[in-house]
Design a protein around this ligand. Structure first.
Ligand code: ATP
Ligand code: MG
Length: 346
């Protein structure tokens, strides 16, 4: 298995080093060889090569079976030409790998219940939701789009369009993901108002015929946003379009209470998946041994589960994270004492 690792900027290198350690331990324990190569992205790539996404990085990613990213950006690059900002590197690699699905699990470890600001009776029921967001279509990219003047006043417009093949592939991926979890899928749309949503719903229902073992439900996005804070335990996997997914995945993340705990995966077809923590480069704590590496370590688990079909290995990491938390080990974001700690994988 070839893995291309891009540590990036800020806390990126420190959290990634911990992720790699865990990967090595898993390799030894389960008898796998992970061939890890490093590549430049973001600010460090700008400093060394002049661009945030060097060709060599794109090549290394495409040759790998999976890609891991730390984080990009920092104040020292804020003033440079927007066309070559560190964030461009991230957008660029997502595009190069045609990653059309973004998977964001938001799980609350019982050990961290205090971090969650939902009512305690709701927290007791548990939170373990995964939002599958379509990433390359919908209103973000639909044509026509633009700004102009109409009858003497300014207008702006975008088009929410989804084509059958786009809906089919994201639905399939979400059903597959639900199969690896609690086998419940909720498709979120706005079919009472939007035509595009009616087609979305129709196709999701068609795809469901291939997944009789997964329970499918539908919800309007306004209701879903409400239900997610009212009782997240009712959800397993949520599949939705680009705009609704952007909003719901942030909402799902924030209810768990810790940005330092949440992993993500971006997947495509026939290309390696990209795995990264949802947090940024946290320049305010970089180099101080304070960063929480668990989001990255859990991203390693996602990589094993979704790119390599190594469910037992992924579960092992997740259990090690739980065990580490049970032992009371904490970073500053989830307690008041610092220190970068490795999960204890045995
Ligand atoms: P970006 O634009 O890169 O997403 P951001 O401004 O949204 O960055 P982050 O870099 O994610 O924000 O940081 C937000 C806050 O959370 C900061 O105070 C940071 O120190 C903290 N933070 C982020 N990641 C971690 C982590 N892994 N461990 C501890 N604290 C973190
Ligand atoms: Mg951010």
């Amino acid at each position: 298995m070839k893995i291309c690792v891009m540590p990036g900027d800020g806390i990126g290198p420190e959290i990634m080093a911990q992720g790699i350690k865990v990967l090595e331990v898993i390799g030894e324990k389960f008898g796998h060889t992970f061939d890890v190569t490093e590549a430049l992205i973001g600010g460090i790539a700008i400093d060394k090569t002049g661009v945030p996404l060097p060709d060599a990085t794109v090549k290394a990613c495409k040759e790998a079976d999976a890609v891991m990213l730390g984080a990009v950006g920092g104040p020292q690059w804020d003033t440079i030409d927007p066309a070559i900002r560190p964030e461009r590197g991230l957008l660029g690699i997502r595009k190069e790998l045609s990653l059309f699905a973004n998977l964001r699990p938001a799980a609350l470890f019982p050990q961290l219940k205090k971090a969650c600001f939902l009512r305690s009776d709701i927290v007791e029921k548990g939170i373990d939701v995964m939002v599958v967001r379509e990433l390359t279509g919908g209103i973000y990219f639909g044509e026509p789009r633009g700004t102009g003047v109409e009858n003497g006043e300014r207008i702006g417009f975008n088009t929410m369009v989804y084509r059958e093949h786009e809906i089919r592939r994201i639905a399939k991926l979400a059903f597959e993901a639900a199969r690896k979890r609690s086998k419940r899928l909720c498709s979120v749309d706005k079919a009472n108002v939007l035509d595009v949503s009616r087609v979305w719903r129709e196709i999701v229902i068609e795809v469901s015929a291939d997944y009789p073992d997964v329970e499918l439900s539908h919800m309007y996005v306004d209701n879903a946003a409400m239900q997610l804070v009212r009782d997240p335990s009712q959800f397993d996997v949520i599949v939705t379009g680009n705009l609704f997914g952007d909003i719901l995945s942030d909402e799902a993340a924030v209810i768990t209470g810790s940005i330092g705990m949440l992993p993500s995966a971006s997947l495509g077809e026939g290309n390696p998946g990209l795995f990264e923590p949802i947090h940024g480069s946290a320049p305010d704590i970089a180099g101080q041994d304070k960063a929480n590496p668990l989001a990255t370590i859990l991203s390693v688990a996602m990589m094993l589960r979704y790119s390599f079909d190594m469910a037992a290995e992924a579960t092992c990491i997740e259990e090690a994270v739980a065990k580490t938390l049970s032992q009371g080990l904490r970073t500053g974001d989830i307690m008041d004492e610092g220190g970068t700690l490795v999960g204890c994988v045995e």
